[in-house]
Write a protein that binds this ligand. Structure first.
Ligand SMILES: O=P(O)(O)O[C@@H]1[C@@H](OP(=O)(O)O)[C@H](OP(=O)(O)O)[C@H](O)[C@H](OP(=O)(O)O)[C@H]1OP(=O)(O)O
Ligand SMILES: Nc1ncnc2c1ncn2[C@@H]1O[C@H](COP(=O)(O)OP(=O)(O)OP(=O)(O)O)[C@@H](O)[C@H]1O
Length: 507
């Protein structure tokens, strides 16, 4: 059969995503559904996402269809509104011939990372989500034949909680990502602590953003991947992945950034290429005028928290140099990072303030399980659902309605904290300015680009107790292992300095 086997693909708890080169080009003889047929006809390249479940949790076809439809509706009615039309691509639910799905599943099985194989792909319903291939320029509606570079960034949570419900003082000083790094290394998820801090990336300050992006390039973990013509050329799957090699990356990138000159190879060339990449990414991340309704989120002035994470390597080094001037967010309002941050901040109470409200909803649902549907706990994610999210009042009137509103806002915030950004860059000629597509300049070339958001599935209601436990684990581990070590170092230094003190006695 004429189905390209994907070379790279990844999946989360619920989904399997088939992506990257060679992309899954759907052949006409295999696909009869009209939407896919159209994709094939106008040469658009598509990506299919399938649901996946633990073997014990089978779902009916109807449930699977509904789950996928909910994902589409949530994208359309909520995330498009908040993040902006151009950044969000919701796709559509399609029904595929079962034979096709089964053969596909067999073909990709060997490519699945072992750690993800505890869940089975849904091959029985025939339903899947059909999405545009976001590793390509979204400003073109037909296949692009020019070389294309795509950088995928999972920036994670860009603010420090400001909620008065936070009980651990450390949470007001160090961001969750930086704390979580220590637990991840201790549990073997990754080999070493990253110097990346999301607060640097979201700062809008170019210097801090460069530092953040360079740190991602040094220690990509699951926060950075780079694709060239759809093929993964940089980024790792797990802690066993080989160490990152900048000279190899530079070799791939050189034709994009230094197309016509024979810049010598070696460390100088590598540095120059990486610098160009980081600059272009920063420019793209700061660009954008897409209208979204994130402005409709009237977060009060208190809803900001500190602008610097005490654990950030950047702020630590500035601190050591005696400089304390770190600016608050200078992100332009139209850019995707700004909008994503606003949505993340729907988490106004922090999990510590939210958990008792979740318990209130739970108790109510235990008593009145039939209300689950009326309350739209699991959808539909329609306009009414969206409207409720806009009420940011934090005054608890003791009602289930209040508790549920906060729970739903929290779920949306968590989704924005875990989504990824795809930046597609394609070199364009000097005279290509006549078309209206956005262009970004590097010192030796210019690129048409597009920015999209990926993985916008609403986090499940059921994940809240897990979030609560994990939060406690992260903070406790950090305060025991790291903060205690820091305190130790300070006291050792104090002791040493005491040992060296020359005590002068009066004679
Ligand atoms: O809790 P976190 O911050 O570790 O985020 C999880 C991610 O881990 P990360 O920290 O990015 O390495 C985690 O990423 P990986 O699967 O480990 O690459 C998932 O994205 C997970 O989402 P879900 O539960 O599969 O829907 C994410 O879980 P959620 O908390 O977003 O539900
Ligand atoms: N529409 C798309 N176009 C191009 N690549 C995609 C698309 N959707 C997903 N991918 C690629 O597949 C990977 C996994 O996709 P996605 O995050 O949506 O699935 P997931 O199953 O939730 O996985 P994860 O838990 O790793 O985030 C992404 O990191 C990205 O590299």
């Amino acid at each position: 059969m004429g189905v390209g086997v994907p070379q790279n693909w990844a999946e989360s708890q619920f989904h399997c995503c088939l992506a990257q080169a060679p992309f899954l080009h759907l052949q006409s003889e295999l696909v009869t559904e009209s939407s896919l047929w159209n994709c094939q006809k106008d040469e658009r390249c598509v990506v299919l996402r399938f649901l996946k479940f633990p073997p014990s949790r089978k779902k009916t076809s109807e449930e699977i269809f509904q789950h996928l439809q909910n994902i589409v509706d949530f994208g359309k009615n909520v995330m498009k509104e908040f993040l902006g039309e151009n950044y969000v691509h919701c796709g559509e639910v399609v029904q595929l011939p079962l034979d096709f799905v089964k053969q596909l599943c067999v073909k990709i099985q060997s490519e699945r990372p072992e750690s993800r194989c505890d869940k089975d792909l849904d091959t029985l319903s025939g339903y899947a989500l059909c999405l545009p291939n976001l590793a390509r320029l979204q400003t073109y509606h037909f296949a692009e034949h020019r070389p294309i570079l795509c950088v995928e960034i999972k920036p994670k949570c860009g603010f420090i909680p400001f909620s008065s419900d936070v009980t651990h003082e450390l949470k007001h000083k160090v961001c969750r990502y930086c704390m979580h790094q220590h637990l991840k290394v201790a549990t073997g998820k990754w080999k070493q602590i990253s110097r990346y801090c999301p607060l640097d990336l979201y700062s809008g300050n170019k210097q801090r953003m460069y530092f953040a992006l360079k740190s991602l390039l040094q220690e990509a973990q699951n926060n950075l991947k780079i694709f060239k013509n759809g093929e993964l050329i940089y980024g790792c799957k797990d802690a066993r992945s080989p160490a990152t090699d900048w000279s190899e990356l530079a070799h791939h990138l050189k034709p994009f950034f230094f197309p016509s000159n024979g810049l010598a190879s070696g460390p100088h060339c590598t540095r120059a290429v990486i610098r160009e990449l980081v600059r272009v990414l920063t420019r793209v991340l700061l660009s954008g005028s897409d209208k979204g309704r994130a402005g409709a989120l009237k977060l009060g002035p208190g809803a900001q928290g500190p602008c610097v994470c005490e654990a950030s390597a950047f702020s630590r080094s500035l601190h050591r140099q005696g400089s304390s001037s770190l600016e608050r967010s200078g992100l332009p309002k139209g850019c995707l990072l700004y909008r994503a941050l606003q949505v993340q901040m729907l988490d106004l109470l922090d999990i510590e303030g939210l958990y008792p409200l979740y318990r209130r909803v739970e108790q109510y649902l235990e008593q009145f399980p039939e209300q689950r549907k009326t309350l739209q706990v699991d959808g539909p994610y329609d306009e009414a659902f969206y409207q409720k999210l806009l009420d940011l009042s934090t005054e608890d009137d003791g009602t289930v309605a209040f508790a549920l509103r906060k729970v739903q806002q929290y779920r949306v915030a968590m989704t924005a904290k875990d989504c990824s950004i795809m930046i597609a860059l394609s070199p364009c000629l000097q005279d290509a300015s006549s078309d209206q597509r956005p262009v970004v300049l590097s010192s030796r070339s210019r690129f048409a680009f597009s920015v999209s958001v990926l993985d916008l599935d609403l986090k499940p209601y059921e994940s809240i107790p897990h979030q609560y436990k994990l939060d406690g684990k992260i903070v406790n581990y950090y305060s025991r292992a790291v903060h205690a070590k820091d305190a130790d170092m300070v006291s050792t230094r104090l002791k040493e300095s005491k040992d060296c003190t020359l005590v002068l006695h009066k004679v």
